[in-house]
Write a protein that binds this ligand. Structure first.
Ligand code: ADP
Length: 183
């Protein structure tokens, strides 16, 4: 299984990834988690990423693509992976396609969790992570619209895009995702 869980911040990608990991035994790869770990570890990469993260801007493509390249080369991705929060820009999507083409393991499906903006803001305020204040949330939604939304068309043209209703209970949404998984 090689899929991208796609969606704005707060649409439940992390929650749903956990369920997929538990059922299918492939790792979740979240660039947000990897970046937060780098910040917590005080690495050079973490220092470079922190300001963008605090502002709700995208961390530079170079940094994130390098991180993903390393992660995808780890042996636990042998049976596949769930990408969560990556790619987030056209440059990232193109780099990913190239990387996976070299490995002979292309993305099979991109599943978009669709949630109303007002619901998103409420969920993130309830979550209360360091970057979950109202200003940063609005900015992240704007960044999603400007830089990440174009990927919908990119993957639609590849015939890999599916949208799933991300409103409802965790289990209802999970059932919809399973229906959208590649055969
Ligand atoms: P959310 O989905 O709630 O925005 P994430 O954990 O996915 O949370 O991301 C948190 C922050 O990490 C983003 O606001 C951004 O600064 C940075 N980030 C995560 N993934 C990427 C990526 N693929 N490209 C650039 N920046 C990223």
């Amino acid at each position: 299984m090689r899929i991208v869980l796609f969606g704005a911040p707060g649409t439940g990608k992390g929650t749903q990834s956990e369920k997929l990991v538990a059922e299918f035994g492939v790792p979740q790869i979240s660039t947000g988690d990897l970046l937060r770990q780098a910040v917590a570890d005080g690495t050079e990469l973490g220092k470079r990423a922190k300001a963008a993260m605090d502002a709700g801007e995208l961390v530079s493509d170079d940094v994130v693509i390098g991180m993903i390249r390393e992660r995808l080369n780890e042996p636990d991705t042998g049976n596949g992976f769930i990408l969560d929060g990556f790619p987030r820009s056209l440059t990232q999507a193109e780099a990913l396609d190239e990387l996976l083409a070299d490995m002979g393991r292309p993305i099979q499906a991109v599943i978009h969790l669709e949630v109303d903006n007002e619901e998103i803001v409420q969920r993130l305020l309830d979550r209360g992570r360091a970057d979950d204040n109202e200003d940063t949330i609005r900015n992240r939604l704007q960044v999603f619209q400007n830089q990440t939304q174009p990927l919908i068309e990119y993957y639609r043209q590849q015939g890999k895009f599916t949208a799933v209703d991300g409103m409802g209970t965790v289990d209802e949404i999970y059932a919809r995702i399973k229906d959208a998984l590649p055969a």
